[in-house]
Design a protein around this ligand. Structure first.
Ligand code: HSE
Length: 307
């Protein structure tokens, strides 16, 4: 019987311009660690410590404990748990901080108890936690955090993995201006024009087809955002300038990561990505905006035990 397990879960980019609430990918970096300890208090889930972020340790108000408790209950509460959470993905960053915590928690419980559930079977339990943070039950962060790679989340049925783009290098710029997902959803319209919806659907289909052909360039070209980005970009400091600097230095596509404030910029090789990261860092410094920047590939690896 295992008494302790350590797990890792990736950051994720949701929406990816073409698939609002329906598409996401796992990043190779950053990621988040969590240690789960088995206790004898059946069904009791607590937080031992949270490192790296000032988050609520009340188990009723924490994404990880809610997700862990949900899965533990479905397994018959054979034990209790204490969670030690190492937040290296800042909350409110738009790169799936809460989804990484929820994914790590359920992967940890699954492994600690040798429950044998597949990653896609863990999604509903992770969503119980994630929806507490985001105010909506969408799996476009949680599914790639669990499955890895590029994942479509259909309105019904299981997630659909699509071939990831091996030559893409993503530059993730995170200005340290927290935006709550609920606030970023509140600026979106209830209705969109039929013409825009049709064009967006065509770009989404074109993107998926390009992924299946392994055509990195065509996939990047298809990442048009007609429905969501235009409403959210005013929330992100210096968005238009970030976009034009990234494109001027070789980005082939880009936009808002999830609900922001992070943005993602697609380069087709690592040295272009490094150049983009440098100029975006310079831009943030010129504007005195605190930020983090990451260069990442799409990772085929979802959340998994590391000990
Ligand atoms: N699809 C979600 C949104 C992702 O854009 O609101 C954020 O969790």
């Amino acid at each position: 019987m295992k008494h302790r397990i350590e797990v890792w879960a990736p950051a994720t980019v949701a929406n990816m311009n073409v698939g609002f609430d329906a598409l996401g990918c796992a990043l190779s970096a950053p990621g988040e660690r969590m240690i789960l300890h088995r206790t004898s208090d059946a069904g009791d889930v607590r937080i031992r410590a949270i490192h790296g972020a000032d988050l609520d340790v009340d188990p009723e108000k924490n994404v990880a404990t809610i997700a862990a408790k949900s899965l533990l209950e479905s397994l018959g509460n054979p034990c209790g748990l204490e969670l030690e959470i190492f937040k290296s993905i800042l909350p409110g960053s738009g790169i799936g901080s809460s989804a990484a915590s929820a994914a790590a928690a359920v992967v940890g419980v699954n492994a600690l108890l040798d429950a044998g559930l597949r990653p896609d079977e863990l999604i509903p339990f992770a969503l119980d936690g994630e929806s507490f943070a985001s105010g909506a039950r969408h799996a476009d962060n949680v599914a790639p955090a669990l499955l890895g790679g590029l994942v479509i989340c259909p309105p019904e049925g299981p997630p659909v993995a699509i071939p990831a783009l091996e030559n893409w290098s993503l530059v993730i710029l995170h200005p340290h201006v927290p935006i709550k997902t609920s606030e970023a959803r509140a600026v979106l319209p209830d209705q969109v024009k039929l013409k825009d919806a049709a064009v967006q659907a065509a770009w989404f289909g074109t993107f998926v087809a390009a992924c299946h052909r392994g055509d990195d360039t065509a996939a990047a070209y298809a990442l048009e955002d007609l429905l969501v980005g235009p409403h959210r970009s005013p929330l992100i400091p210096h968005y238009e300038e970030i976009r034009s600097v990234a494109f001027a230095h070789g980005a082939r596509a880009g936009g808002i990561s999830g609900s922001g404030p992070s943005t993602f910029w697609v380069a087709l090789d690592a040295s272009t990505a490094e150049g983009i990261a440098q100029v975006l860092s310079d831009l943030m410094q010129q504007h005195s905006v605190a930020f983090s920047i990451h260069i990442s590939a799409i990772s085929g690896r979802g959340a998994h035990p590391i000990s």
